[in-house]
Design a protein around this ligand. Structure first.
Ligand SMILES: Cc1cc2nc3c(=O)[nH]c(=O)nc-3n(C[C@H](O)[C@H](O)[C@H](O)COP(=O)(O)OP(=O)(O)OC[C@H]3O[C@@H](n4cnc5c(N)ncnc54)[C@H](O)[C@@H]3O)c2cc1C
Length: 414
């Protein structure tokens, strides 16, 4: 296998355990299943010609420490465990990662209560090294940033999640599994004591399957007989990039105090493992589940979003936030102004457009944006229904959680 990951291997006609989706979650799950069940044949079916093409290849690249999440939630537990495992995995596999730390900055007094709540959550979640800092503490860590108070999380860091996912794919191959790319699963049917997966290469008859299809998770779940609730609504997140001579404006990771009722963390400034400094992402409902360009609109995706009652309930609640997002997406000056709240020297001339990612965000019929990771069952199958940030960080811990569930639900021998 090349360093770029497996390419267009053919899907097997039969396997014991199929994993649909070759993003960081599907590959981590396949790896966990293959390691736990050495006698079982495991195959990954991925629709694109390379693994890790969608969310896994278009994100902030941050190893989150677990500060934000509601204590007791899956996100809280799996992120703290997953971050520790991610650093270890990167070290063992010589994948560049860095524990560079981050500051969360409050710029006005109205944010102080939320900052305090973040600190409480972080401590309850067992985030290592979390520390409250004042204005001078912020400047000491990030000389170009300004704020009235902050939280420093030294255990937050950065990694290349696409490289991690490719390495998981190699682990699957090394344990005797297979990874078929260019292999979109189109239909799912229970057939006696197996599942028949119809895909671009023909069919694979699997004993059981785990579906980890990111932005397409709801469609495959419904095809397998699950409830259509929650639906995936794509949120496009565009990034800017600092021009090289202005990169010194940011030493590591600078984040705002987020609105706790939204699952997004707000526009942040992040140094990447390759030295690039990114600003973003925005969070705008997209016209397609792969809307890497703003103009990309797919009829089916758009209708799925517009016909879902939850979309309108959500918009009724969040219309003013939506308008602010729209202005950031449309006006470079508005986008830069958002980040300049924390780094006042930042100007429009300092940035260039970078890439965009598309978040697969589950939205309930009642208009609730699902905050926690979510899973469901159908006959002979498990489905990952919501795996937004920090799922890349948490991938090894999510895989353990799913593999435990598969062991029980599929009655696999250990
Ligand atoms: C803008 C942005 C910033 C983020 N920042 C961070 C961060 O800093 N830290 C962090 O931890 N997380 C972050 N995340 C979240 C993280 O990227 C995702 O949670 C994670 O990548 C989800 O992985 P996945 O495997 O579920 O999804 P994906 O990577 O999207 O993979 C799903 C795969 O399923 C495949 N698939 C879909 N349908 C089919 C089908 N019918 N047949 C076969 N295959 C199919 C797709 O082609 C795709 O490869 C961010 C996400 C975004 C979008």
């Amino acid at each position: 296998m090349s360093g770029a990951g497996p390419r267009d291997a053919h899907a097997p006609e039969r396997c014991d355990l199929a994993v649909v989706g070759g993003g960081i979650i599907g590959l981590a799950v396949a790896r966990a299943l293959a390691r736990r069940n050495p006698l079982a044949s495991v195959c990954v079916l991925e629709r694109e010609h390379q693994v890790a093409t969608h969310q896994t290849g278009h994100n902030s690249g941050v190893i989150h420490a677990g500060v934000y999440y509601t204590p007791g939630s899956l996100k809280a537990r799996l992120c703290v465990e997953g971050a520790r495992e991610m650093y270890e995995y990167c070290e063992q596999h010589e994948i560049p990662s860095e524990r560079c730390g981050k500051v969360i900055i409050a710029t006005d007094r109205a944010e102080l209560a939320r900052l305090e709540e973040l600190e409480r959550r972080g401590r309850a979640n067992g985030v290592p090294g979390l520390r409250r800092i004042d204005a001078a503490g912020i400047e000491e860590l990030e000389p170009h940033a300004r704020g009235i108070a902050g939280l420093h999380s030294p255990n937050t860091g950065i990694a290349d999640f696409q490289a991690v996912a490719r390495s998981y794919a190699r682990d699957v191959l090394d344990t005797g599994g297979s990874v078929a790319t260019g292999c979109e699963v189109l239909r799912v049917a229970v057939q006696g004591r197996s599942l028949r997966l119809t895909h671009a290469h023909g069919t694979t008859t699997a004993g059981h399957a785990v579906f980890c299809a990111g932005a397409w998770a709801d469609r495959l779940a419904v095809a397998a007989g699950a409830s259509p609730d929650p639906r995936i609504v794509p949120f496009r997140g565009a990034y800017l990039r600092l021009v090289p001579e202005r990169r010194p404006l940011v030493r590591a990771l600078i984040y705002p105090v987020p609105d706790p009722s939204l699952p997004f963390l707000g526009v942040h400034l992040t140094r990447h493992i390759d030295g690039d400094v990114l600003i973003g992402p925005t969070a705008l409902i997209a016209g397609a589940r792969d809307a890497y360009r703003l103009a990309t609109v797919r009829r089916r995706d758009l209708l799925d979003t517009l016909e879902w009652p939850g979309t309108w309930r959500m918009l009724r609640r969040w219309w003013s936030t939506g308008l602010a997002e729209l202005s950031r997406a449309a006006l470079l000056s508005a986008f830069v102004r958002t980040a300049a709240r924390y780094v006042p020297e930042l100007q429009v001339a300092d940035v260039r457009p970078a890439f965009a990612g598309v978040r697969a965000q589950a939205l309930g019929r009642d208009g609730r944006l699902l905050d926690d990771f979510a899973f469901s069952h159908t006959e002979r199958a498990l489905h990952v229904r919501n795996a937004p940030s920090p799922a890349a960080t948490s991938s090894l811990a999510i895989a353990r959680h799913v593999a435990d569930e598969a062991q029980r639900a599929f009655d696999l021998e250990r």
